[in-house]
Ligand binder design. Structure first.
Ligand code: FAD
Length: 482
């Protein structure tokens, strides 16, 4: 029988569950990628992610060609294109990897229903996580809602099997002979699918499987220092692999094997902490699977009773936050990093999210939506998890009375002001003490540094201490219900 493999957020030709299963179970296999109008039509013409996907698809096509097969690339509504291709090739099955996002689940159900009328099946596999759905449960067989016991159960299950069973690669090459060569399918130009042709790769990270491998090679040398380096945005601490994990140009199993190897051979703390982050990723996918309502509501329902600021004044504050004009340098530098590059350091995601919610009193959903638009690595599960963590409404969130002080965070995690200087050059001449809160600096110092507040850089749009008090009052409704 002939099968299609429909690539979505898994743009690689190695260690790929659906591709492996299709090759093992079918005589002939053809790869397909659809630039899906349903998703693309809602994105701005200069969306950075599209170039990354585009470049990755070109590399995937070449890789499949090299293996003796090919990749058909189409532009249209996936819910129409997939059944059309099934009819054209007389395919009996379409193999995919699970997607846990509610909209993707609805799309897949719709496609599966249409395929049935063509006597074709949609067959789906776990691929983008190590453990999913009900695979890691508590002793009472219920899903976890707190991370640490989940992580312990995750590790326990992982270690029940020897030889890294759960992170073993799917040996796609073994059955590559079943790939069917297809006549070349041109990858459309970005302009042809409604996007601007960027001169340079706007993400500034290498795309495709080769790009993922390059970043991983470079990170494996730094992994041992991750536990210490990861918290300081001015230094190269994290892996920058998130966009590759998002589009599946790296394999989660490969990353886990790399971390496990360092844990075993060097017993280093960095690798252990990095592995924890990969487990957080599994955790939030699991949460989204069991509680799809978090897409729009608080994980802890009581938190939906909170009254957020709205109206024109709140809109102006939100706008200032988006544009990096709050007057708090670390928050502003972080928002510039996001707006300019599509990446934001994890520590700063926590700081900026907390600032929007607890200093400006604005609904976390507005910040979540802004991040979704701007982040190269935007993933509904992790983004929602991160925002609900900051809002204290999430499954394993920070307590509502824990309110980051944006100045202290700045002094602690960007002590020299190096990160701030990179993104706010107008403050670059301020000394390392004044740069965290310029409005507190002596007028002479400001003058010497060439900073005129209100002109080169804004005064703070809120006073943190009063905002803190207002937030405790706002959250009192939760305390009453709790
Ligand atoms: P590394 O530190 O090298 O971590 C390796 C990988 O582990 C990451 O690529 C990511 O896949 C995973 N990971 C790390 N931290 C987390 C976490 N807290 N939750 C889930 N997975 C994690 N991550 C996203 O991938 N997409 C998002 O849309 C996203 N939105 C966020 C929003 C907020 C408000 C917060 C606080 C965090 C968010 N994160 C998100 C988690 C985290 O900030 C990023 O995964 C990380 O900064 C990506 O950089 P990296 O690849 O260099 O990470």
């Amino acid at each position: 029988p002939l099968s299609l493999v429909w690539f979505r957020r898994d743009l690689r030709s190695f260690d790929h569950a659906a591709l492996f299963q299709a090759l093992r179970q079918s005589k002939q296999v053809i790869g397909v990628f659809v630039f899906d109008k349903t998703i693309l039509d809602h994105l701005p013409v200069n969306d950075r992610r599209i170039r990354f996907i585009h470049d990755s698809v070109i590399e995937l096509q070449q890789a499949l060609l090299d293996l003796g097969g090919g990749l058909i690339v189409r532009y249209g509504e996936a819910t129409d294109v997939i059944p059309e291709l099934v009819a054209e090739f007389g395919a009996q099955a379409v193999f995919v990897n699970h997607d846990y996002e509610p909209a993707a689940i609805r799309r897949d159900q719709q496609v599966a229903t249409t395929l049935k009328t063509l006597s074709c099946e949609l067959i789906s596999y776990k691929d983008q996580v190590i453990f999913e759905k009900e695979e890691v449960l508590s002793l009472s067989n219920t899903p976890f809602s707190v991370f640490t016991p989940y992580k312990n159960a995750w590790l326990k299950k992982f270690y029940t099997q020897s030889d890294d069973f759960y992170s073993r690669a799917y040996p796609v090459e073994k059955y590559a002979a079943n790939l069917k060569a297809v006549s070349h399918s041109e990858v459309p130009l970005l302009a042809a699918i409604g996007f601007a042709e960027a001169q340079q790769n706007p993400i500034n990270l290498p795309a495709g499987m080769s790009g993922g491998q390059q970043l991983l090679d470079e990170f494996t040398n730094r992994m041992k220092d991750y536990d210490i380096a990861r918290d300081f945005p001015a230094i190269k601490g994290p892996s920058y692999l998130s966009v590759h994990l998002r589009f599946g140009t790296v394999s989660i199993r490969h990353l886990v094997r790399e971390a496990m190897q360092q844990i075993r051979t060097a017993a280093n703390q960095g690798a252990q902490i990095w592995l924890n982050e990969l487990i957080w990723r599994d955790f939030y996918f699991m949460i989204l699977h069991h509680h799809p309502r978090v897409e729009t509501s608080a994980f802890k329902p009581a938190y939906d009773a909170i009254q957020w600021e709205n109206g024109t004044q709140a809109d102006a504050l939100f706008q200032a936050w988006c544009e990096g004009k709050t007057g708090y340098p670390l928050v502003d530098a972080a928002m510039h990093q996001l707006n300019q590059t599509g990446y934001m350091h994890n520590r700063l995601r926590m700081v900026t999210a907390c600032f929007l919610i607890k200093d400006l009193g604005i609904d976390w959903r507005r910040g979540e939506a802004y991040f979704a638009q701007k982040l190269n690595d935007f993933d509904l599960s992790a983004n929602n998890g991160g925002w609900q963590w900051a809002a204290s409404s999430g499954c394993d969130a920070q307590p509502y009375f824990r309110i980051f002080n944006p100045i202290t965070q700045s002094e602690k995690f960007d002590a020299e002001g190096k990160f701030i200087r990179r993104y706010l050059p107008q403050l670059s001449k301020l000394d390392k003490r004044s740069i965290h809160a310029p409005w507190k600096a002596a007028p002479l110092l400001l003058q010497q540094a060439g900073v005129k507040l209100g002109e080169h850089y804004p005064y703070p749009i809120v006073d943190h201490d009063s905002a803190r008090k207002a937030t405790l009052t706002r959250y009192a409704v939760v305390k009453k219900i709790d």
